[in-house]
Design a protein around this ligand. Structure first.
Ligand code: SF4
Ligand code: SF4
Length: 127
């Protein structure tokens, strides 16, 4: 069972990983509506992102062990891509554990800063 949850707040999200990124050009307050099922960029951005944070043990127990990282601190990734992601980023994707996905995944909202950064990294439109 995954127990090594990251104590950092979910709010840090992907932006905490963007030390070198410049997203100042992204329009502040813009809230475009993107279709996550034809995107998947945030699920294939960094192995350091889909980590466990504020979940309780009951939540973590519902995530299939096959998708959990060896250190049990987050999702298992293949490179930067979460192992629960299926499909092709930018075309058609799905989360294999959507109903029980980690809190950080729930916090990444379409059109939010994390989303825009992930989409930018994959060369997908951000407006
Ligand atoms: S990057 Fe944005 S649009 Fe793409 S899957 Fe994540 S939240 Fe959805
Ligand atoms: S658990 Fe699902 S929503 Fe979260 S990163 Fe993996 S594929 Fe994406």
């Amino acid at each position: 069972m995954p127990r090594n949850a990251d104590p950092h707040p979910v709010a840090s999200g992907l932006l905490a990983l963007a030390s070198a990124g410049d997203f100042s050009s992204l329009e502040e307050g813009a809230a475009p509506r993107f279709d996550c099922q034809s995107c998947g960029a945030c699920c294939s951005y960094s192995a350091e992102w889909p980590r466990f944070s504020t979940e309780d043990d009951a939540q973590l127990d519902r995530i299939p062990q096959d998708y959990v990282a060896a250190d049990e601190a987050g999702m298992r990734c293949d490179g930067v891509r979460c192992s629960a992601l299926s499909g092709e980023v930018g075309k058609s994707t799905a989360c294999g554990i959507y109903e029980v996905r980690p809190d950080v995944c729930r916090a990444c909202m379409p059109g939010g800063d994390d989303c825009l950064m992930a989409r930018h990294s994959h060369g997908l439109p951000t407006l």
